[in-house]
Design a protein around this ligand. Structure first.
Ligand code: IFM
Length: 407
């Protein structure tokens, strides 16, 4: 790809383009003891590593934010943890809400635009006991929680209702299958079944209810964020037909539901081929990342174009996650600069992209595992000392140059 993006022309990216990084509560806060994920970790018989203290961001969020701001970034995406806000059905914790309000205020004071996620994979354990996303109370329970959180979101500009509803649908499907006694293998080397569209439709219902509440009670732009698969058909009509079918279950169901939203969050890591049998597992390759995914920085360009087409070019896109699990920070910089080149190429074609939030601000708990490290900042899990990696300074420099890739 050409070097034309090293210095960007003024006005190439929209005014107010957000440059930042993302986290989620369960992966960083620590001791999320009331959540379904905490319980699942402890019941997994060692299959899942424990989140424990995570990286103690519940107490150290100011330090995390300051590192991002000092590096030159201007936005921080973080989440509100439902299990803390509503520890018992119908009982809301004023102290937990005040905590998240302090996070919003701290971000603003440090010059970071807060992007707030209302649900990022984890739910209260009691919600799981009521049947979770497939149970009868899912939509009213979630809506009620969102109403309470809106009390602290009045001046927040960006709200994500549900993080990766397509992966949440997949997880809810797996949880149901496990309850019914089936073995579930989530490895990168297996042919994954597509998310259950019935569960997806339930999540669409919850999202729509949440959007209505957020719009009625705040001035925020509201949307949700989809885990883009960047599926590409293998040659042949059968593979093309299968790809269209799978694209619906994996992402278009969620894109179509976003057509009237204020923005759509795009989350991209890799791309996969679809053949007539389904999504082809990532082939073994020395370049594969620590999550076993193929090294595909070009996936971001595919993801942005797919999301733009599926929302009929009428919903602005915000990259709410993009990154790589690697222990080699030089690789993180290489991956991210290549991904940004693909983002710029999509913008040059007319795709409306409003920001880039890297996953992740910190090395954190990768849903059952600690080994895949996505962070711009390393964390010593004994002392919780934060060590910024060169990639943090590099991305901050890109932000300061308005997207220019070279200093
Ligand atoms: O860590 C996750 C995040 O919680 C959701 N999107 C993908 C990331 C990397 O797997």
């Amino acid at each position: 790809m050409s070097e034309q993006w090293q210095t960007l022309r003024d006005g190439f990216l929209p005014d107010g383009f957000l440059w930042g990084a993302s986290t989620s509560p369960h992966q960083t806060e620590g001791n999320n003891t009331g959540s379904d994920w905490w319980r699942m970790e402890h019941r997994s018989g060692g299959r899942l590593q424990l989140s424990g203290d995570a990286v103690d961001s519940y107490h150290r969020y100011e330090e995390d934010m300051r590192l991002l701001a000092d590096a030159g970034l201007g936005a921080y995406r973080f989440g509100v943890e439902w299990a803390r806000v509503e520890p018992v059905p119908g009982e809301f914790s004023r102290a937990a809400l005040a905590h998240y309000r302090r996070m919003i205020d701290t971000a603003r004071r440090l010059g970071l635009e807060p992007v707030v996620t209302l649900h990022h994979f984890s739910s209260p354990a009691w919600f799981a006991d009521e049947g979770g996303w497939t149970g009868p109370t899912a939509v009213p329970r979630f809506t009620r929680y969102v109403e309470e959180v809106c009390a602290i979101l009045g001046d927040v500009a960006w709200v994500v209702t549900v993080n990766e509803p397509n992966i949440l649908a997949l997880m809810a499907g797996h949880a149901k299958a496990m309850e019914e006694g089936y073995e579930v293998d989530l490895g990168a080397d297996v042919r994954m079944p597509a998310p259950d569209t019935g569960i997806g439709e339930r999540l669409v219902e919850a999202h729509r209810a949440a959007v209505a509440v957020v719009r009625a009670r705040t001035s925020a732009k509201v949307g949700w964020s989809v885990a883009q698969q960047s599926l590409v058909p293998a040659p042949g009509a059968e593979a093309a037909a299968r790809c269209t079918e799978l694209r619906y279950a994996w992402e278009d169901l969620y894109h179509h539901a976003a057509r009237d939203d204020d923005f759509l969050g795009v989350q991209s890591y890799t791309s996969q081929t679809v053949d007539e049998h389904g999504v082809v597992p990532h082939p073994e390759h020395p370049d594969n990342t620590l999550t076993g995914w193929a090294y595909r920085p070009d996936a971001l360009g595919i993801a942005l174009r797919d999301a733009w087409a599926a929302t009929e070019g009428r919903v602005p896109l915000l990259v709410t996650e993009n990154g790589i699990a690697t222990a080699d920070d030089t690789r993180r910089i290489a991956y991210t600069s290549e991904a940004l080149r693909h983002l710029y190429a999509a913008v040059a074609e007319g795709v409306d992209v409003r920001g880039y939030l890297h996953w992740s601000a910190l090395d954190n708990y990768e849903w059952g595992h600690w080994e895949p490290t996505f962070g711009l900042i390393g964390v010593d899990r004994e002392t919780f000392t934060r060590t910024p990696k060169p990639s943090l300074g590099w991305l901050g420099g890109v932000a300061r140059r308005g997207g220019g890739l070279v200093g």
